[in-house]
Design a protein around this ligand. Structure first.
Ligand SMILES: [Zn+2]
Length: 438
């Protein structure tokens, strides 16, 4: 029986066309996917135990024997962390000779690097192609991808994805939005793929100078808030679909479908876990690569806080979905109100009139009690009392469990109102800070 599963798996992962890859995702029973993953997990663990210095050392440190590992939990506290990737030489992770490298951009400190072979990047491209196909991209469409090109190679993954679909594609690097806008008509792009902040800039130009017919916009690379998404959708009159990916994933890990209810995960190539989940299932995302052999990552702590959605999506795809990313683990603050993430306050403060775009929420201590302090800039001379009422009302309606903890006296709400422009001084303020001393 396992042999048959294996064949199915191989076909789904390497052999079939993009539409049939989606068919696998829609028809393969959950139990079969789980079994395929378990099988691939065991194989990856045995492979890495033999070929990866880092994993070999870790197994020894934890007193574990690879031959008896069946599930991620069997590895106990053995994880791979971003610090491991940054702090150790690449050779410690490489299991065979690589053909390309993916490097993180835009973060402070040394970059993270992950190595691949062409066929591994090809897997990532196939998954992206499946996501684009599911969202309606077809031969005849014209795609422009404005992901930054360089050591961050996601623009090339998109280029290969378009090659799979047989659609016209410009992997244009990250030109000035105006440069791209000037070419929209000439190249008749009707699908735009870019990072959210760049998209907003392009959309501002289009809002003033006119739009071109666009059928789909895909945003990935950093977080896109609901107001930005609505704004971009409104101007272009086209759906904005979000993708989630990383250097470690070699591009995309998942993409939304038109339902917009979480990212459809590439479960053929990745096994996901959520560690230290809270009551609602939110915890840190942990990724194991199932098919990569150049630099497999076993139980890699992605630092992003999210949860897995197990129910079948209304679009029919039965693979698990990742819910929206709530924030980074290093931004999370555990306090009387619960596990707090900046995204919670983003949603609480959304559409409250009379406050500025920049804000900060601080967790302070007052005797034995936590205080959740909103630091807001007031605009248009609004009455601070009204703002306080609106914040409380939004917490109550959008996060009843957070509100309930306040009613139980586990923390108190406080407000600090600042003159406009205060928070913009100096560096951009952290959205959530823990100022408790102990
Ligand atoms: Zn779906």
């Amino acid at each position: 029986m396992l042999g048959n599963f294996r064949k199915l798996f191989e076909r789904a992962v390497v052999g079939d066309s993009v539409p049939s890859l989606i068919k696998w995702g829609k028809t393969l029973p959950r139990s079969a996917v789980r079994r395929l993953q378990q099988d691939a997990f065991r194989e990856t663990v045995r492979y890495a135990a033999k070929h990866q210095t880092f994993f070999k050392t870790k197994l020894k440190e934890h007193g574990l024997d690879a031959s008896i590992i069946r599930n991620p939990e069997d590895l106990g506290e053995l994880f791979t962390t971003p610090d491991d990737l940054i702090g150790r030489p690449a050779e410690d992770f490489l299991c065979r000779s690589p053909q390309l490298v993916f490097e993180t951009t835009g973060t402070s400190g040394p970059p993270k690097r992950v190595y691949f072979t062409y066929d591994e990047i090809e897997q990532s491209a196939r998954h992206e192609a499946a996501g684009l196909w599911e969202n309606g991209v077809r031969p005849g469409d014209r795609v422009v991808c404005a992901f930054d090109a360089g050591y961050w190679v996601s623009s090339w993954v998109t280029f290969f994805a378009c090659q799979h679909l047989g659609v016209f594609c410009s992997a244009a690097g990250k030109p000035h939005p105006r440069e791209l806008y000037a070419r929209m008509g000439a190249y008749q792009y009707n699908v735009i793929i870019a990072d959210p902040t760049w998209l907003v800039s392009l959309t501002e130009i289009a809002g003033k100078e006119g739009i071109f017919p666009v059928k789909l916009i895909v945003a990935a690379g950093d977080r896109m808030t609901d107001p930005y998404r609505k704004y971009v959708q409104g101007v272009w009159n086209a759906p904005v679909i979000l993708g989630y990916g990383s250097t470690e994933a070699g591009g995309g890990l998942g993409m939304e479908c038109r339902m917009g209810r979480g990212y459809h995960v590439d479960e053929f190539n990745f096994l996901l876990e959520i560690v230290e989940p809270d009551r609602d299932g939110y915890g840190e995302l942990v990724i194991t690569t199932l098919t990569r052999r150049t630099e497999p990552l076993i139980r890699y702590r992605a630092r992003d806080i999210t949860r897995l959605l197990d129910s079948r999506c209304p679009c029919g795809i039965g693979l698990r979905r990742l819910d929206a990313i709530r924030g980074r683990r290093d931004e999370m603050v555990v306090m009387g109100a619960g596990n707090m993430h900046p995204a919670i306050f983003e949603r609480v403060l959304q559409d409250i009139p009379g406050i500025g775009d920049l804000w900060q929420v601080a967790v302070r201590q007052e005797g034995l009690r936590d205080v959740l302090e909103f630091r807001l800039e007031l605009t248009n001379g609004i009455d601070p009392g009204r703002v306080e009422e609106n914040v409380a009302r939004n917490i109550q309606s959008r996060y009843p469990e957070v509100w309930a903890n306040q009613a139980c006296g586990m923390y108190r709400l406080a407000f600090q109102f600042l003159p406009e422009g205060t928070l913009a001084r100096g560096r951009k303020p952290k959205r959530l800070v823990d100022e408790r001393t102990t």
